[in-house]
Design a binder for this molecule. Structure first.
Ligand SMILES: Cc1cc2nc3c(=O)[nH]c(=O)nc-3n(C[C@H](O)[C@H](O)[C@H](O)COP(=O)(O)O)c2cc1C
Ligand SMILES: CC(C)CC(=O)C(=O)O
Length: 393
């Protein structure tokens, strides 16, 4: 490799490869892992590849419009940054860098309850950027209520309640590594908390995060709590982690403003379906009443198109943002978003769609056979084609 010209990744798998080289093992493993045997982790990638396109030709695509509007927020394309905890493990600027990159790219950033920069710090760093706040419901409802009130006051535009984590899925690497938040970091939203236990994980024999969640998150969370949340805030409430058409109906009835179809990046129930495979059932369940977004395994512009063809209004992306952050901070996150944007625009043009409104269900087809020459498991573990190319340089 030429010494004066750093390797420039051309896809998000290559960002993962570089991030893995930079990050301490405990941090990389935490970010990358799925739960148990990681079947769903692999399927999240493979399921997108089972959908193929039926492009139209001789369509004038010389002018393309990929901008959209999500719950009243203008966005440069249908892309949202998913909440991910503890981003200072990837880069010292953590969530502040991600928020600045999101604002510069005109996409929504979702801040995790378990961020390492506080709600207010992130809001101050990127006041003009649209932000959502992801809520984990603590057993102590006063703590929960205070988080929501702080987010509303700081200008976040929506609350994203995660509904698939009554307990933490078992990520075996975290158990082996005895995962804990590095000593110099804290869960920044709880820095003034009366209970110091909320501020960090404890050293335990196993995953410190699983222990934290078991003691503090509320496993009794149910539909009535969503009604309670609606009394606490005027902000729209999205439910993140819905996979089932019946739950989509219930969400609509209980006043949710939107749904994020998610299997939590395959970190909760292993054996959950890939989200692209249950998206249509959820879209049918809401009967057009509220927007549906989808995450888990979105790695290419083509994946975004497939999600939109199946009825999603936008996609959310988790790990690739962390890889960009680890590789080059705010700039790295901007470059990752730009990769998605450029791929999306190019692929949309190649499909024969000048705008989002031209994407139709009959432009994709699902194949039930699938010869996978490029193993997703390799990509997931940082052995992508990109890495091969990189190691040859
Ligand atoms: C390291 C990491 C931390 C996460 N932290 C949160 C979190 O705090 N709250 C939450 O609702 N989801 C969390 N998620 C799930 C993501 O929001 C999202 O659903 C998932 O990452 C999407 O899949 P992808 O990584 O394949 O894009 C986390 C995911 C990862 C990988
Ligand atoms: C603190 C955790 C619950 C964050 C999370 O959602 C995850 O690690 O998947």
């Amino acid at each position: 490799m030429s010494r004066d010209k750093p390797f420039e990744p051309v896809n998000v798998y290559e960002y993962e490869t570089l991030a893995r080289q930079k990050l301490p093992k405990m941090a990389y493993d935490y970010y990358a892992s799925g739960s148990d045997d990681q079947y769903t982790l692999e399927d999240n990638i493979l399921a997108f590849r089972r959908f193929r396109f039926k492009p139209r030709v001789l369509v004038d695509i010389s002018v393309q419009d990929i901008a959209t509007n999500i719950l009243g927020i203008p966005c440069s394309f249908p892309f949202v940054i998913a909440p991910a905890a503890m981003q200072k493990m990837a880069h010292p600027d953590g969530e502040v860098a991600v928020a600045k990159a999101a604002a510069a790219s005109k996409v929504i950033m979702t801040l995790s309850s378990l961020s390492t920069c506080s709600i207010e710090e992130v809001a101050r760093a990127a006041p003009e950027g649209p932000k959502w706040f992801q809520l984990y419901v603590y057993r102590d409802r006063e703590v929960t209520k205070k988080l929501v009130e702080r987010a509303e006051k700081a200008g976040y535009c929506a609350i994203v309640v995660t509904v698939d984590t009554p307990k933490l899925g078992r990520r075996e690497a975290d158990v082996h590594n005895k995962f804990e938040l590095p000593q110099h970091l804290t869960f920044a939203n709880f820095i003034d908390s009366a209970n110091e236990d909320r501020q960090r994980t404890k050293k335990v024999d196993g995953s410190g995060l699983a222990a934290y969640i078991a003691s503090l998150f509320d496993p009794s969370l149910s539909w009535k709590d969503i009604s309670w949340l609606k009394t606490v805030t005027k902000l729209p409430i999205l439910l993140k982690g819905v996979l089932n058409g019946k739950d989509a109906e219930l969400a609509t009835r209980c006043g949710a403003a939107g749904i994020i179809v998610s299997n939590h990046g395959a970190r909760q129930l292993d054996g959950s379906p890939a989200t692209i495979d249950c998206l249509e059932a959820v879209v049918n369940g809401v009967q057009g009443k509220i927007p549906v977004l989808v995450d888990s395994g979105v790695r290419r512009g083509t994946d975004i198109i497939k999600a939109l063809a199946l009825g999603a209004q936008a996609v959310c992306v988790g790990r690739p943002i962390l890889w960009g952050l680890a590789v080059a901070g705010e700039e790295g996150v901007r470059r990752v978003i730009e990769l998605y944007r450029n791929e999306f625009e190019l692929d949309l043009g190649l499909l024969g769609c000048p705008s989002l409104a031209d994407i139709r269900r009959d432009m994709i087809v699902k194949v039930d056979w699938f010869i996978n020459s490029f193993k997703a498991s390799d990509a997931l573990h940082g052995h992508s084609r990109g890495q091969e190319a990189h190691s040859r340089l």
